[in-house]
Design a protein around this ligand. Structure first.
Ligand SMILES: C[S@@+](CC[C@H](N)C(=O)[O-])C[C@H]1O[C@@H](n2cnc3c(N)ncnc32)[C@H](O)[C@@H]1O
Length: 343
């Protein structure tokens, strides 16, 4: 953040540093989506030519990328031979606590900024398909969300919400509406051997990933993933848990009353709906908080997609309207909310 009353030089320095940060993440993105960090990690050290061959990429592009990645400190050099520096290791999608999501978010943000800039003139809101406009981005959407939120779910959210202990002990059917790459149902199925899962998502790419990842973990006998629209979802039996993670705001503007009545009617008595959403603050001043600043930008990209972020109170009120009382659990200094309502 620029200081309160910066001199012109301070302001230029601050914004130049921020510009370099954006360039650095854009550069990392190229390495992430083309497997360059992982490949170089496997090789230990390599010339750009050897790296290009091992990663099955064009040598000319890889040479230019290597120069830039060296300039920004992702790579270290020993003569012609290059190896990953600490930042390069941290960008590996398979590294523990990977920083890959920052790179994916940077490029996705640039794409959304460009779309918002053009669409602001007409007010058109093209919807979810905007996410698929960049062919290299869509496959990284699921891994980005899993890396960003999977550990938080398992280490912070599950232990803090008593209803998850019930899910563990009673098993049954858990449904995930807008399931992305299926990480949430995989996490629940790992905890609870008696649980079956059904996920639905509107992107075929996500469903393919979800099926493949469930099979890789040996969970495919219990987890089913279908490609389709949340609004057309029919359950084979009432659910013990219906979850929506960062998905409610995608469908909220359409017809929330029908959706919440569907949630109530498709739960077994005693079953729970759990809605996890970024928590839009009641007070604009809270958007200055570094924990929420990204959300303020993201809401512009959400607008392009026909969505907007919600205040937790709005979700509680929607449950109330269908006769379900809901409890808000706040996480990440109030920037994330899980709203739990029992039938
Ligand atoms: C922000 S992502 C969250 C994905 C996943 N729940 C997670 O937490 O990683 C929202 C997801 O909702 C899906 N979605 C949005 N509207 C949908 C609809 N009408 N029907 C099915 N899926 C939808 C999108 O395809 C996307 O994968």
């Amino acid at each position: 953040m620029p200081a309160q009353n910066p001199t012109p030089e301070e302001l230029r320095d601050t914004l130049r540093r921020q510009a370099q940060g954006a360039i650095s993440l854009n550069l990392a993105y190229i390495g992430v989506v083309n497997g360059l960090f992982e490949t170089l990690h496997g090789l230990g050290a390599a010339t750009p030519e050897v790296l290009a061959r091992a990663a099955a990429m064009d040598p000319g592009y890889v040479l230019r990328w290597c120069d830039a990645a060296y300039a920004f400190g992702y790579l270290e050099a020993d003569g012609d031979s290059l190896r990953l520096g600490a930042a390069g290791e941290a960008m590996r999608p398979d590294a523990a606590g990977t920083l890959m999501p920052l790179a994916v978010q940077a490029v996705l943000s640039a794409h959304m900024a460009e779309r918002a800039a053009g669409l602001m003139r007409s007010g058109e809101r093209p919807g979810e398909k905007v996410l698929a406009e960049r062919e290299t981005v869509l496959p990284w959407f699921g891994p980005m969300l899993e890396a960003n939120f999977g550990a938080m779910f398992e280490n912070t959210i599950c232990p803090a919400i008593p209803e998850f202990r019930e899910v563990d002990s009673r098993g049954g059917l858990a449904v995930d509406l807008g399931c992305g790459n299926g990480w949430y149902l995989r996490a629940l199925a790992r905890r609870c051997a008696g649980l079956r899962g059904l996920g639905i998502d509107g992107f075929a790419e996500n469903i393919e990933q979800a099926r493949g990842l469930a099979a890789r973990e040996g969970l495919d006998a219990r987890l089913q993933f279908v490609h389709g629209d949340i609004h057309d979802m029919r359950l084979p039996e009432p659910a013990d848990l219906i979850a929506m993670n960062r998905a409610l705001h995608h469908v909220w503007e359409k017809d929330p009353d029908t959706l919440f009545a569907w949630l109530r009617d498709n739960l077994r008595p005693g079953g729970c709906a759990m809605i996890w959403e970024p928590a839009w603050p009641a007070d604009r001043g809270a958007l200055r908080d570094p924990a929420r600043r990204g959300m303020a930008f993201q809401n512009l990209g959400e607008h392009v997609q026909g969505n907007h972020f919600l205040r937790p109170e709005e979700i509680v009120a929607a449950f109330d309207k269908v006769g379900m009382s809901a409890t808000v659990h706040a996480f990440a200094k109030g920037a994330e909310a899980v709203i739990v309502a029992r039938r």
